[in-house]
Design a protein around this ligand. Sequence first.
Ligand code: NAD
Length: 322
Amino acid sequence: MTAAPRGPLRIALLGAGWIMDFHARAAVEHPDAEPVVVANWREPSLAKLAGRYGIHRTTTDWRGLAADPQVDAAVIGTPNALHAEQAIAFLEAGKHVLVEKPMARTVAEADAMAAAAAGSGAWLMVAHCFRFHPDVRALRARVERGELGEIVKTRSYGVHARWGPSGWFTDPELAGGGALLDMGVHAIDTTRYLLGDPELVRACAAVGTRYGGYAVDDDAILLVTWSNGTNSVVEAGWWQPQLGGLEADTELYGTGGYARVWDFTEPPDGYEHCTQPMYSAQFAEFVDAVLTGRQPRPSGADGRVVMQVVEQAYASATGPAR
Ligand SMILES: NC(=O)c1ccc[n+]([C@@H]2O[C@H](COP(=O)([O-])OP(=O)(O)OC[C@H]3O[C@@H](n4cnc5c(N)ncnc54)[C@H](O)[C@@H]3O)[C@@H](O)[C@H]2O)c1
């Protein structure tokens, strides 16, 4: 393994968009981390993010940072098409990587990332953030204690109601897929985490483009069978006209009872689903694991299972693929 750096962990932030704001704040606030540089292809957003968090160094050349001895680790929050290329460059240089979800566009890309990590001994973590939400963790603890008996089936979803993303998110080359890869992965990983991280047996799906004029999917229904015998129905979508709760949720049906992560049909006033503490807890896992020389979770192997589900689902679907 690459020797654990003696903190603070010097972090390069790759990307300067919506999600990087959360990572940057987490990095600034963490006592054992220091965001030393931000890289982005567009200079205005780059300068803005760096200014907001007092990060003195910026660059449009992320490749140069992979070989930079002043950098210990990278957080990747760029379009999905860049995840594998960027992660591999840093991992091969022995630098640890926290990569946004989805970890890649395909299982082959995920495998190449894992190989790069194994080759240098650097750590790879995938930002499946809902594992760090206290409500999700509380339900997992209940499942572990056996309160619900054996989990027979689950229902989960990750959707945007009455809106959907644009720009690179709807470009098949840059995104690698549509709502399934964007929002479905939240539901797939949360389900798997709640079940105690089983392996995939098989996944199939109906996938379509129904709401918009783009060339990626915006509606998907999956049936997933896990190695522990649980069957999962997973829904992903953009522009759905109605939402039966929050943007992502999971229900568990067990031989000993039923539970839902967020047990309300309308969010309470002021409730926000994705808040800084969740992303900060995720970032803290990355820093703590790297500095103590252990594999951060969710790992590249965890992210790969999600990619397997996505890939099998797309492959099984008729109609417009990704
Ligand atoms: N975990 C979560 O809750 C969560 C939420 C949102 C996004 N994400 C993930 O984070 C990643 C980024 O999403 P975002 O919402 O921040 O997107 P964004 O569009 O807000 O930011 C993307 C960044 O990449 C840059 N970029 C755009 N196109 C590029 C290109 N062709 N080449 C190089 N750079 C380019 C942009 O300038 C920007 O800095 C995605 O993988 C997304 O799935 C995760």
